[in-house]
Design a protein around this ligand. Structure first.
Ligand code: GDP
Ligand code: IMO
Ligand code: MG
Length: 417
């Protein structure tokens, strides 16, 4: 049965939620395998817009199920808020979501710590403030809290005491929420999850189920925000590439396809290198037209032209087998469109960055191509062909609007021209 991973090929916000939601009709399970509520995945159900931060982008109207894997860091309060929003329109939908008890919890302490650390940094990363870095840090340093601890009151108290003690010693200050308050808060959340009939099932228990059915893995963020291979230290703390499916018990060799979602231009939220950033009027125009404001924080997204060296890097790092291009419609009506074809890295021309350090030193080398009035136009097809030739990855699908159905195959596009 089919296994497909959908990951961001740039710096996030490429339209993964929309793309996953479109494909979800063909899959029994939609699985988030990394990240947390730093993600903001916009989907439409009919005309109604939803932004998923933690929930996999299932299509609520169809009988698919969502799984939140062990590689995630889960803000349980936020999760319940999202479930409640969906419950209003789709009563009982919460029972279609499954949590791996091995996943880690993002505590209010982590969010406080996130903001503290940002203030301490000489150059702030511009995090989403959702506690992601501190939650993954605690995981790695063995001070994390796994979901299963919610079911053992004695262990929960013990763990909270240990975690609080460590944080207090590290920062030499008290945190806003006391241990006792945290205990009551978490017990309340657990009761709420039970009331909503959310399931707790590990990837081990799901082994046979997942292998005998279709699974769509929904990546969060984008390759260039990956902890290991993104533009470190201006990255997130989770696995943003297809290798993250290992947290759900899969090898990338078991995937039939890995789709990279690629925006027809580039955006980035937060600090860090951005070789093709366009600070001119055109950048502002694209921001307005593309509604490029963060789905999680509402911050203005930085805007730039398409960056082929970055895409070549993403292809190799994440083993992309195909692209889905989004938001070509935002460029409709421009006379000319610039594309970065190579970097000048300290005087050396590079088509493919060898390390993430190259992104910090890169000066873009541009080519200019003709614009298009609508995406069903020969010039947009030429733009796509150019991307395909330069990256060696085919664009299989084209998204031309935010709504789920605003999607077509490459062949459909050709037939319409
Ligand atoms: P994600 O984080 O990758 O899921 O992307 P976001 O949801 O954060 O940001 C993508 C934004 O673009 C959302 O507002 C989507 O509704 C919108 N969007 C997605 N695909 C398209 C498209 O093809 N055209 C247009 N105009 N908007 C799109
Ligand atoms: P989706 O899944 C875009 C960015 C933040 C910041 C850096 C670290 O919607 O594409 P963090 O809060 O994770 O510690 O912040 O990563 N970032 C995102 N940018 N889309 C996202 O998710 C992001 N998740 C994190 O802006 O620069
Ligand atoms: Mg987003």
């Amino acid at each position: 049965m089919k296994k497909l991973a959908v990951v961001g090929a740039q710096w996030g916000d490429e339209g993964k939620g929309k793309v996953v939601n479109y494909f979800s009709r063909d899959f029994e399970w939609i699985v988030r395998f990394s990240g947390g509520a730093n993600a903001g995945h916009t989907i439409y159900v009919g005309d109604k817009k939803y932004v998923n931060h933690l929930l996999p982008s299932i299509n609520p109207v169809i009988d698919s199920k969502g799984f939140l894997g062990a590689g995630m860091v889960i803000d349980v309060g936020q999760l319940i808020e999202e479930l409640k929003i969906l419950e209003r329109e789709f009563p009982g939908i919460s029972s279609r979501f499954y949590l791996d008890p091995e996943a880690f919890i993002v505590l209010p302490w982590h969010k406080e710590e996130d903001l503290l650390l940002e203030r301490m940094r000489k150059v702030p990363i511009g995090t989403t403030g959702r506690g992601i870095g501190p939650a993954y840090t605690d995981k790695a340093s063995r001070e994390g809290l796994k979901l299963f601890v919610l079911f053992d009151e004695v262990l929960l108290r013990e763990r909270l005491e240990t975690i609080y003690h460590m944080k207090r010693s590290k920062y030499n200050r008290d945190f806003a929420v006391s241990i006792e308050e945290m205990l009551v808060y978490l017990q309340g959340l657990r009761a709420e999850l039970e009331r909503l009939s959310v399931n707790f099932t590990s990837a081990v228990d799901m082994y046979r189920v997942f292998r005998s059915t279709s699974v769509l893995f929904e990546g969060a963020q984008g390759v260039l925000l990956d902890l290991d291979f993104g533009t470190y230290p201006f990255v997130t703390s989770g696995a943003c590439m297809a290798h993250g499916v290992s947290s759900v018990g899969f090898s990338t060799f078991e995937l039939d396809s890995v789709y990279g979602v690629l925006k027809a231009y580039t955006t980035r939220v937060g600090a860090g290198p951005f070789p093709t950033e366009e600070l001119s009027e055109v950048g502002g125009l694209l921001r307005e037209r593309g509604k490029e404001f963060g789905a999680t924080t509402g911050r203005e997204r930085r805007i730039g032209w398409l960056d082929l060296p970055a895409l070549r890097y993403a292809k190799i790092r994440s083993g992309l087998t195909g692209f889905v291009i989004t938001k070509g419609d935002v460029l409709n009506g421009l006379d000319e469109v610039k594309v970065c074809v190579a970097y000048d890295v300290d005087g050396v021309v590079k088509e493919l960055p060898s390390t993430s350090y190259d992104f910090f030193r890169a000066k873009p080398i541009y080519e200019t191509v003709s614009g298009w009035p609508v995406t069903d136009h020969i010039n947009f097809l030429k733009y796509m062909t150019f991307i395909e030739r330069e990256t060696g990855v085919e664009i299989d699908y084209i998204s031309y609007g935010p709504k789920t159905e605003e999607m077509k195959t490459r062949n459909d596009l050709i037939m319409n021209i």
